[in-house]
Design a protein around this ligand. Structure first.
Ligand code: F6P
Length: 327
């Protein structure tokens, strides 16, 4: 394949703070290497429905600090079908787009992997999800900002929890993964952390809480990942505690989509900028079907197949930390 001429860029799946910084980097790096850029709105949906516009250096001015994504995002069911992908490819051809940068999570890369093979088009992925659940990268764009949002919220909850000697169950995002829960729990001094990857039965949790209660702790925070299944999530846990141990007066806070918004942290902006530029370099080096990763502070390339095949593991040492620190 000769020199690439026109790159399409899109954001897909759940948005994450720092996606704008990544878009900015992709657009400017592409222009620097004499490529044209088309912004595709609403992810794969926009590719199927021909929602594309040319982008210039100016179209990404003043966005590095903004949350959300100027290209908008979507989860597209149509892109799962062959007809949808064919339609998408026809639109790319119509606009002369000969390569893609897709910014998103595992669903985005799975779509890209299939599309890249079917249509023989070079695609590079930039990992953007607050869940940090992609194998092959230590950090995904948006994770650091979401972490800080959670910690900020839990600090506030701690104030009211202490004022009333209460237990709070705080549910944080992470459909299938506990990265956000684990790190935010440590950073906010949680008494217990429940994640989908590790079973903690109700009795064990009660033992932790009872220990604190006997020591006259004025508050207890339990961070529960959204994907925690064995206890049925934060609401069920609180109900069960109240029923079985009436000496506790628990409350529940579900942080929800507040975790996806807000101005990206400096770390996310820098990571997004590095990855966006590296995505264009990778395309120009002839790479395809790869995701960028940040490993030991350096940029790496990970084939989509590898990133999707393996499950990123939680650091068990971090869970052990909580047990030690919450005495
Ligand atoms: O994938 C990121 C994420 O924020 C998950 O943590 C969460 O389960 C999901 O997206 C929510 O998606 P939606 O906004 O489509 O409901």
């Amino acid at each position: 394949m000769g020199q690439l001429k026109k790159v399409g860029v899109l954001t897909s799946g759940g948005d994450a703070p720092g996606m704008n910084a990544a878009i900015r980097a992709v657009v400017r790096a592409a222009i620097c290497s004499n490529m044209e850029v088309m912004g595709i709105t609403q992810g794969y949906y926009g590719m199927i429905h021909d929602k594309m516009r040319p982008m210039t250096s100016k179209s990404v001015s003043n966005i590095i600090h903004k949350g959300g994504t100027i290209l908008k995002s979507a989860r597209s069911e149509e892109f799962r079908t062959k007809e949808g992908r064919e339609q998408a490819y026809n639109n790319l051809e119509k606009h002369g787009i000969d390569c893609l940068v897709v910014i998103g999570g595992d669903g985005t890369f799975n779509g890209a992997r299939i599309f890249g093979h079917e249509c023989n088009i070079p695609i590079v992925g930039v990992p953007g999800t607050i869940d940090n659940d992609l194998f092959g990268t230590d950090y995904t764009i948006g994770y650091d900002t979401a972490l800080n949002t959670v910690v900020d919220a839990v600090d506030k909850i701690r104030d009211t929890a202490s004022a009333h000697n209460r237990i709070f169950f705080v549910e944080v995002m992470g459909r299938d993964a506990g990265f956000l829960a684990l790190r935010s729990g440590i950073a906010s001094g949680a008494e217990a952390i429940l994640v989908p990857e590790i079973d903690m039965d109700f009795k064990q949790l009660y033992t932790y809480l009872e220990k604190g209660h006997n020591k006259n702790k004025s508050s207890s925070i339990v961070i529960v990942a959204e994907g925690e299944k064995i206890n049925g999530g934060a609401i069920m846990l609180a109900e069960k505690i109240k029923k079985e141990y009436p000496n506790f007066d628990p409350r529940v806070t579900i942080l929800g989509h507040i975790q996806r918004g807000g101005s990206p942290s400096a770390f996310d902006r820098v990571t997004a900028s590095r990855m966006g530029v590296s995505a264009i370099e990778a395309l120009n080096d002839g790479q395809r079907n790869v995701m960028l990763g940040l490993v030991n502070k350096g940029i790496v390339l990970v084939p989509f197949n590898q990133a999707l095949k393996h499950k990123k593991q939680l650091n068990p040492g971090l869970l052990e930390l909580t047990r030690v620190l919450s005495i």
